[in-house]
Design a protein around this ligand. Sequence first.
Ligand code: ADP
Ligand code: MG
Length: 270
Amino acid sequence: MAEELAELAAQDLAFGYDGRLILRDLTLGFQAGGLFFLVGPNGAGKSTLLALLAGLLAPTQGRVLLRGQPLSSFSPRELARLLALAPQKSTFSLPFTVAEVVAMGRRPYLGRWGRLSPRDQEKVDLALTRLGLESLAGRPITTLSGGEAQRAVIARTLAQDTPVILLDEPTASLDIHQSLGLMGLLRELAAEGRAIIVVSHDLTLAAVYAQEMVFLKKGRLVASGPLAQTLTPELLELVFEAEARVWADEFTGGLAISWRPRPNLGPSAS
Ligand code: ADP
Ligand code: MG
């Protein structure tokens, strides 16, 4: 039932390359107004799941529902007005300016001549400001640092102004100030009623900002649910294979985590 009420849902989803399954048995719902963190070890299938949720890959089995309708029932333009993805890596070969890249987020709204309306321009300017890109707006994207380009891609995604926003490792090349700024922004966007899904391996950020957690390991859903119920030492150890402590942190108002390696049981133990 939760999946049917969800803004975006995966139903019995499986995906594989060349017969080798990367993801299986995934049934999950992402509700409007929620800030979801999707976490798991490297290679767990997080980016693949985002690509399936965004309709960039077709599932081997199962389906993705957006507002209760299969993704395949939307035209590309309709889909792009409802759902936006900031990929983990983007490569730019053409020297578009940062402002032009961000304006590409408005493509699903443009008329036949492709001109930005004042409202489109407003959304572009707001996204540039929100990501602190004003002074870089005229720079060719090909000349930016990794973190600057990452912010431009996130700004393009926000300019798309969709009810569902997927971000793949958005803070990977950001500094702490920028990461906290982005998290505050995502929290606001969720409070506006959007469904925000963030892939991250920054569990420290997740512990403070996530409302809902989704844990993935080896292509399977291990657990999902509200932060306080799922971010437990037992589950973290199961998923990440390290010992964890979790406690309520007055300083952030969220949870805090610390880690240590599992005790080495020696070669005879395994
Ligand atoms: P994560 O984002 O959690 O680190 P990915 O979704 O990128 O994981 O990858 C999940 C698994 O799928 C990995 O084992 C990866 O090697 C494999 N994989 C990803 N892309 C391809 C591809 N194009 N062809 C074959 N295997 C792939
Ligand atoms: Mg990934």
